[in-house]
Design a binder for this molecule. Sequence first.
Ligand code: ADP
Ligand code: MG
Length: 242
Amino acid sequence: MSLLEFDEVDKYFGETHVLKDVDLDVEEGEVCVIIGPSGSGKSTLLRCANRLEEIQDGEIRLEGQSISAEDADINRLRQRIGMVFQSFNLFPHKTARENVTLAPTKVKGLKKGDAERRADELLDRVGLRAQSNSYPNQLSGGQQQRVAIARALAMDPHVMLFDEVTSALDPELVGEVLDVMHDLAEEGMTMLVVTHEMGFAREVGDRIVLMADGKVVEDSPPEVFFENPKTDRGKQFLSKLL
Ligand code: ADP
Ligand code: MG
């Protein structure tokens, strides 16, 4: 059993067939990087994994339990899935620490003091111990995104989903966020990462999954994908990067 399994998943928006028979298994501790042109279904795939979107056919399982079934205990499952988006979506009137403690106290019932200690640990881990009392508008985009990562980690997720988390950042702030993701990967976090950062994909990814037109068209280790892709779609995608 893999940690996260997509099993013949089909997703439609109205008449539009957006995910077409997608099979994808993510193993525990694996960093699976999803790349592909705009509109190929990458965000939708992640959103279905967190059940922000419903699927019409197939099944998605986390640790063997269906996420997509009608009677799935979605609140419990969601606690095991952390997600970080391109837009940081921090609560603007709460400090970094308060952003991180909110869900653990409200959803998990953690005591305030315990949640705060844990938040400070997590903020330290993403390099923001000194900023724990800062408000989002006092932080750079890179710092805000790192708070968003700490906030997701505060629920002790078993898998983290990242959807183009550096795309909205000024170029000089991209590295500090990728470094945090790199550390997380080294600590063994299971990660499903949609990104345009090919350096990161190559260095940190265990697998590169290329999506095109709602399908997985190549699934290769990075050394294969970037040196000698198995498919024409892979070759085409690479040639456009050069
Ligand atoms: P990517 O993240 O790879 O750019 P998306 O998953 O965002 O692709 O989109 C895949 C397809 O689904 C696109 O054709 C997009 O227009 C369509 N789509 C995404 N979200 C919606 C929605 N909420 N309603 C209708 N169509 C959508
Ligand atoms: Mg997207």
